[in-house]
Design a protein around this ligand. Structure first.
Ligand code: NDP
Length: 342
């Protein structure tokens, strides 16, 4: 049984030295016999690595945040899919495929409360299990909440989304097109930019590594200004956006990945928030689950699974490859959702 443990707090970007991949003998019968009430033994088949995990790789006594720091010497944990091997929970039986919040190991014991849903939803067509970590999972829910609930889009408006070829961004753009918006995206390579336009149906896109005077390129691609900016990266991109926002524009603030390793960019154009009466709303997707998850599923079943919705994912094989997959995702090596197949 291989596990991935939090070894040390990164200084700047995470490196493989911050992870400990440990293998130990595993006795399935003994683990099954040791199971206590309401616990479930899972064989993990898919795990998700996500940018917010960098924020959890911090000191236990460091600044507080919405999510707890990972504990040194303990497994990382995140969204994942597993098959129930043994259950002492009344809700699950052997063979159930489930999605939940799961420690990183091949076999793990979790409480029934850590499981979010069974995958075999009655009345829903069979889908590849990893769909529930991507297209029907947390990243798409984030896109849905940020754009539809907080962005308050109106047909004909201009939407700009950064990290547009990632797990969240690809869905934001495609929802935007279905709502009749002009959709513009930015990403870190020409390959991704090409994908945005040819596969995801964006109206325009640019490579921020090539067009470093972001304001100029954005002004060219958004001739009517920006009504909604779906913020994923922060820094110079956000600063440029402020200068191009329309009056009463909305900025759902989802993430600031350019700042996660401690870059600390000083925004210069914040005054635009007043002069243009911009609404900025920071959000954490999980706060919206209770009120919006059903509507999200309904929307995605009607639109996201209609055969016209494109979805990209990058898959790393084997739990031992999690550290490099996470580091690569933070550097932009992923296209679409980064997943690990066990
Ligand atoms: P992605 O799949 O988009 O992967 C991260 C991407 O960020 C990379 O592929 C890379 O793409 C881009 N990136 C990395 N460094 C930089 C940089 N310095 N400047 C600009 N772009 C950079 O991840 P997700 O879709 O899962 O997450 C996107 C954002 O949404 C993140 O900020 C994340 O924290 C946030 N998020 C927030 C949630 C919430 O509840 N608020 C929930 C889920 C995600 P590229 O090649 O284009 O540079």
């Amino acid at each position: 049984n291989t596990k991935v443990l939090f070894k040390s707090v990164p200084e700047g970007a995470a490196t493989v030295d911050n992870f400990d991949v440990v293998s130990e003998p595993f006795d399935l019968e003994a683990a099954s016999a040791a199971l206590t009430e309401n616990k479930v033994l899972l064989k993990i088949t898919w795990l998700s690595v996500d940018p917010y995990m960098r924020g959890r790789m911090r000191k236990a006594d460091g600044p507080k945040s919405y999510s707890l720091p990972f504990s040194i010497g303990e497994p990382f944990a995140g969204h994942g899919v597993g098959i129930v091997v043994k259950s002492k929970s009344p809700k699950y039986v052997e063979g159930d495929a489930v999605v939940g919040f799961i420690p990183w190991g091949n076999y793990v014991t979790v409480s029934g409360a850590a499981i979010t849903r069974k995958i075999n939803i009655p009345g829903v067509p069979d889908l590849p299990h990893e769909t529930y970590l991507g297209l029907l999972g947390m990243p798409s829910f984030t896109a849905y909440v940020g754009l539809i609930v907080l962005g308050k889009p109106k047909a004909g408006e201009t939407l700009f989304v950064s990290a547009a070829a990632g797990a969240v961004g690809q869905v934001v753009g495609q929802i935007g097109k279905r709502l009749g918006l002009r959709v513009v995206g930015s990403a870190g390579s020409d390959e991704k930019v090409n994908l945005l336009v040819t596969k995801f149906g964006f109206d325009a896109a640019f490579n921020y590594n090539k067009h470093t005077v972001i304001r100029e390129k954005l002004a060219e691609l958004c001739p009517n200004g920006i009504d909604i900016y779906f913020e994923n990266v922060g820094g110079a991109t956000l600063d440029a956006v402020f200068t191009l926002m329309n009056v009463h524009g909305r900025i759902p603030m989802c993430g600031m990945i350019s700042q996660y390793n401690g870059a600390g960019y000083g925004i210069k154009n914040l005054g635009a928030v007043i002069s243009k009466r911009i609404t900025i709303q920071g959000f954490i997707q999980s706060d919206y689950l209770a009120d919006h998850n059903d509507a999200f599923f309904k929307w995605m079943f009607e639109h996201g699974l209609d055969g016209t919705f494109a979805y990209e994912q990058t898959v790393a094989n084997g739990i031992e490859n999690i550290p490099n997959a996470f580091i690569g995702m933070m550097e932009g090596k992923n296209v679409g959702k980064q997943l690990i197949k066990l």
